[in-house]
Design a protein around this ligand. Structure first.
Ligand code: PGA
Length: 247
């Protein structure tokens, strides 16, 4: 039985002061959740949030990493820095990074491997645009993203990963994928992993849905057989995240 994982993606929101206050609001609301709860936060907030959630089961994640261990890469942060600051998860390949920062599937593959090498749990994102959905190439596109993103990643490492299916047209738009659409793609991701690896890997890897998850739709989405939780943007910054965590 896969344990659900509900992750908040704070994106570029919350100063350290605001982050501390948000943690105080959310802590009691997620305390009873029967799921792994992760706050993925801006890098400047990591130490504050790690401190604020001490003594709870809440895990902290970064929103990106750079694949080099150290050196002349102004503005970037390494896996060691993330880990030493106390975070254990890291998002990679979010569609906003693909779009605004031109990250490719090959870049994301390097990030997945670096995170695994350093003992961080990757949350690897994939998702199609509205145009791709209308062209009927959603599943082909997602399979390609998964296959390139996981290239040369061992089955035992894939088992410990989280994959987030986030249709781009559903992110921040209030337009959630229907339960059927979300389940269809999450199942296709699992089938793709079964094909590349084996049954055991496919059954263990956790697959989230993300894209306008809210207090009203979370329960039905998370009840789908291949949806093991959610990656939550906007609703992770308010009390609704407590409802989602308990869905
Ligand atoms: P949203 O964002 O919940 O605000 O749609 C999800 C995400 O981008 O991870």
């Amino acid at each position: 039985m896969r344990r659900k994982v509900i992750a908040g993606n704070w994106k570029m929101n919350c100063t350290p002061t605001e982050a501390k206050a948000l943690c105080e609001t959310l802590k009691p609301l997620v305390a009873g959740a029967d799921a792994d709860i992760v706050f993925c936060v801006p890098s400047i907030d990591i130490t504050t949030v790690v401190e604020a959630v001490k003594g709870t089961d809440i895990k902290v994640g970064a929103e990106n990493l750079y694949v080099k261990d150290s050196g002349a890469y102004t503005g970037e942060i390494s896996a060691d820095m993330i880990k030493d600051a106390g975070a254990t998860y890291v998002i990679m390949g979010h569609s906003e990074r693909r779009e605004y920062f031109k990250e490719t599937d090959a870049d994301i593959n390097l990030k997945v491997k670096k995170a695994i090498e350093k003992g961080l749990t990757p949350i690897m994102c994939c998702g199609e645009s509205l145009e791709q959905r209308e062209q009927g190439i959603t599943l082909d596109w997602i399979r390609m993203q998964i296959k390139i993103g996981l290239q040369d990643v061992a089955a035992d490492d894939v088992k410990k990963m989280v994959i987030a299916y986030e249709p781009i047209w559903a992110i921040g738009t209030g337009k959630t994928a229907t339960t059927e659409q979300a389940q269809e793609v999450c199942k296709a991701i699992r089938d793709c992993i079964r094909e590349v690896y084996d049954d055991a890997t496919a059954e263990e890897v956790r697959i989230q849905y993300g894209g306008s998850v809210n207090a009203g739709n979370a329960k039905e989405l998370f009840a789908q057989p291949d949806i093991d939780g959610g990656l939550v943007g906007g609703a992770s910054l308010k009390a609704d995240f407590g409802v989602i965590a308990n869905a």
